[in-house]
Ligand binder design. Structure first.
Ligand SMILES: Cc1cc2nc3c(=O)[nH]c(=O)nc-3n(C[C@H](O)[C@H](O)[C@H](O)COP(=O)(O)OP(=O)(O)OC[C@H]3O[C@@H](n4cnc5c(N)ncnc54)[C@H](O)[C@@H]3O)c2cc1C
Length: 362
């Protein structure tokens, strides 16, 4: 620990965000207790495709782009440190991504993006015809072209969250499940977490509120509930046909994206639905994704359907995440509202939360 003040910190939520914050804080020497009403990683995180694609998620002038690119720049070190500290394997690949144009409008949008990336010396190329077939032979021959962006990649969230939890535990963090935090009673210099129906209270110096889509349901005394709502996402997990080459990289187009894993399975995402806290998959969601993936990668019609995953993305009103001390209750640090980019933003969020806790101790 490189400073003198050791804090007792309770982290509410063991999704990728809570786990990343807990790991960073425990590594700093704080006494960390993580609470989750389910098992770690069983909220939105388990449904995530794990893509790291800032230049598709945000455009020029959007403050989110700055946050995303800074977080992507941290990813190699984040994963290397985590592999070492947790002793676990984590599937992580910067394969690049292929953004496939199916219409003239797609061509216009993607060639404009290519020019913008080139201006910033970010490696990318526009591919057509034979060049596109060589880049990924399984992409539909109906594609008009594709933009390949080298820096993009993906991580397996099924590896990432357990590794974060393991590393946090090795640094002394304690995880309690299933434990549902009902509210936080904060004061100027401390915070008390009330569990369930006043069944138990946990005292802390600070609380990190990382309850994903449920963050607005954890009430904090004297301040409005966090303005976070759930946006449902459905995602298919396919077993790729043996006789066909695997897609080489992330492909995006025609209403879906695909992520190829080393074990010859493919993730296909994702719907975005305002369905409240309903975590069920639907015929409409699954059939839309199936049709979309066959139009992008025709060989997907021969793939086996391994699983359908569903998660509730935490959406904040501005579509920017809410990270930092809660106005009026500075002992409560919010880390939520990451919507489509919680995996992408995990290292940056953990860094900002770590800085907020350090600032409290000074
Ligand atoms: C289909 C889909 C695809 C996605 N693809 C990507 C992608 O490619 N790249 C990317 O960066 N992001 C992606 N996302 C978004 C990403 O998954 C989320 O932004 C991220 O998982 C949010 O993490 P979180 O920890 O905030 O929330 P969650 O993972 O939902 O974790 C919140 C945790 O808090 C717990 N909790 C809630 N309330 C309480 C309480 N009162 N007491 C105790 N515990 C509580 C829950 O049980 C849960 O474990 C995708 C999401 C979906 C649904």
């Amino acid at each position: 620990m490189d400073y003198a003040y050791r804090m007792n910190v309770v982290v509410i939520g063991a999704g990728v965000i809570g786990a990343a914050c807990a790991d960073a804080l425990a590594a700093d020497g704080h006494a960390v207790r993580i609470l989750d009403m389910r098992s770690p990683g069983r909220g939105a995180s388990q449904a995530s495709a794990g893509m790291l694609v800032p230049f598709i998620e945000a455009s020029d002038g959007d403050p989110l782009l700055d946050l995303l690119t800074k977080s992507l720049a941290m990813y190699d070190d984040f994963i290397a440190s985590l592999r070492e500290r947790s002793g676990r394997a984590i599937e992580y690949a910067r394969t690049g991504s292929l953004h496939v144009a199916m219409t003239d409008a797609d061509v216009a949008r993607l060639t404009a993006l290519a020019a913008w990336l080139n201006d910033r010396r970010l490696a990318c190329r526009w591919l057509e015809g034979e060049a596109l077939r060589q880049a990924d032979p399984v992409v539909t021959p109906k594609a008009l072209g594709a933009l390949q962006i080298d820096t993009h990649g993906f991580v397996s969230v099924q590896d990432l969250v357990p590794a974060l939890m393991q590393a946090a535990r090795f640094s002394g963090a304690i995880c309690e499940t299933p434990v549902e935090a009902a509210r936080v009673d904060a004061r100027a210099d401390s915070a008390r977490v009330i569990i369930g129906n006043n069944a138990r209270a946990i005292d802390a110096d600070a609380v990190v509120l990382a309850a994903g889509a449920w963050s607005g349901r954890v009430h904090v005394n004297g301040v409005p509930d966090l303005p976070v709502k759930p946006i449902r996402g459905q995602l298919l997990h396919l077993r790729w046909p043996d006789a066909v080459a695997m897609p080489k990289q992330i492909a995006w187009g025609g209403g879906c994206y695909t992520v190829p894993w080393a074990n010859r399975t493919l993730l296909v995402g994702a719907t975005a639905e305002d369905a409240g806290f309903d975590e069920r998959s639907t015929v409409a969601g699954v059939s839309t994704l199936m049709a979309a993936v066959v139009s992008l990668l025709p060989d997907a019609s021969r793939a086996a359907l391994a699983e359908v995953r569903v998660g509730l993305r935490p959406a904040a009103p501005t579509h920017m995440p809410i990270i930092g001390p809660v106005a009026g209750q500075p002992r409560v640090i919010a880390a939520t509202g990451h919507l489509r980019n919680g995996i992408m933003l995990a290292p940056m969020t953990a860094t900002l939360v770590r800085q907020a806790i350090r600032a409290m101790g000074q």
